[in-house]
Design a protein around this ligand. Structure first.
Ligand code: HEM
Length: 202
């Protein structure tokens, strides 16, 4: 596993009213350390995509990858779900191929969920952490689960983080995305499946 990855483990300090279960659920990956997880307006980064937790969703052809999201003018809440035990990812607004995409990659292993706020500097990577490029890690919070052959990574970030290696999003805007999923947890190992789509913020 790359040391550049940030590892976050968590416990559920509150249970949202929809009755979703947390990371201790049977079959999910248990957390290693206890740090707090916020529940905001029905959203919790517990790796469980609950009824009503997100407002919008896209399911690109192939049926192996989905993105769920909701946002206001300030904050984006998002879940990426792939049919894999390896990493899942989303990249925003590439200029060509993978280049210049504002990427989030994540996976779940026995230590919990890991995520990288990354940026692709070339057509086919590399995509180092923003912090290696002089930017900042702008996940305000994230978590995930690996269960029944699917990996889910949930995160929230500011619509406009102020980091030059993150795209600044506006409410109502439609953006191009790229996605990839790998059967490996190693972020340096390439995807088995990848594709393109578009999504529109609320
Ligand atoms: C170690 C990580 C990665 C490597 C080595 C890698 C490498 C490559 C290579 C060589 C291609 C050329 C086409 C092909 O052979 O499939 C490609 C295409 C592609 N990659 Fe990656 N990639 C990585 C991570 C990612 C991530 C994280 C994403 C999404 C966020 C992504 C999205 C794509 C997409 C959408 C294409 C197809 C582009 C097109 O057909 O227009 N890749 N990648």
């Amino acid at each position: 596993m790359s040391s550049k990855f940030v590892i976050l483990s968590f416990v559920v300090l509150a249970v949202i009213s929809s009755g979703c279960t947390g990371p201790g659920e049977e079959g999910s990956i248990p957390s290693r350390e206890a740090v707090k997880m916020t529940v905001i307006a029905g959203w919790a980064p517990d790796g469980v995509i609950s009824e009503g937790e997100y407002a919008r969703k896209i399911s690109p052809p192939g049926g192996i990858y989905e993105v769920f999201w909701k946002n206001d003018g300030e904050t984006l809440y998002m879940a990426i779900k792939g049919e894999t035990g390896g990493w899942v990812s989303i990249g925003f607004e590439p200029s060509v191929w993978m280049k210049d995409a504002d990427i989030i990659m994540g996976y779940v292993d026995e230590r919990g969920a890991s995520a990288r706020d990354a940026y692709s500097t070339g057509n086919y990577g590399p995509h180092p952490p923003d912090s290696d490029l002089g930017g900042t890690d702008d996940h305000l919070e994230f978590g995930g689960s690996e269960k029944d052959g699917f990996t889910v990574i949930e995160f929230r970030r500011k619509m406009d983080t102020g980091d030059e290696f993150d795209r600044a999003f506006r409410s109502g805007e439609t953006v191009n995305i790229i996605w990839g999923i790998s059967d490996s947890d190693d972020p340096e190992r390439r995807h088995q499946k990848a594709g393109k789509a578009r999504l529109t913020f609320m």
